[in-house]
Design a protein around this ligand. Sequence first.
Ligand code: ZN
Length: 188
Amino acid sequence: MKIYLGLIVAAALTLTACGGENKSAVSTSSDVAVSSASEQTISTASSASGVVEPVAVASPDCTTVIVSDDAMKFDIKEISIKSSCKQYTITLKHVGKMPVAAMGHNVVIAKTADKDAVLKDGAEVAIENNYVKPNDERVVAHTKLIGGGQEDSITFDTFKFNKGEAYEYFCSFPGHYAMMNGKIKFAD
Ligand code: ZN
């Protein structure tokens, strides 16, 4: 009989011990849950900044913004294209208020040697053609003709340039060249 009681006590002690272990196990797992939740918060934040980074790194060396206005002017006189740029992007902004038919601007890129012919042929086509002869092989690239409040971008391959020759960019709206032109330089 004494042996039987002893077994019951031992069993009761074992149960108590188990209960205690279970309680501590519960509190431990909730600690883990809290810490993993905070880890998730951190990893979410780092992945969010990972999404932003590529946008900020988007090769600013191979991009130029040219601002034009109702005073028939470009804000820069020269574009320098680095040899590391396989492609180059030019964004033209027109910050004036006048409509395209009265004060339209574009950016046309051509050899200085071809400039006069490109302008002459461009002046003979309709404004809907952006004052650039369609499929003009002398034109390396050109934006659309835009009016006040508009902008347009072009991206072109830099292998199209023969770096031994002089190139420039200009607006081909009739009469604008004298005020709206600049040089294209090639840098290392
Ligand atoms: Zn213009």
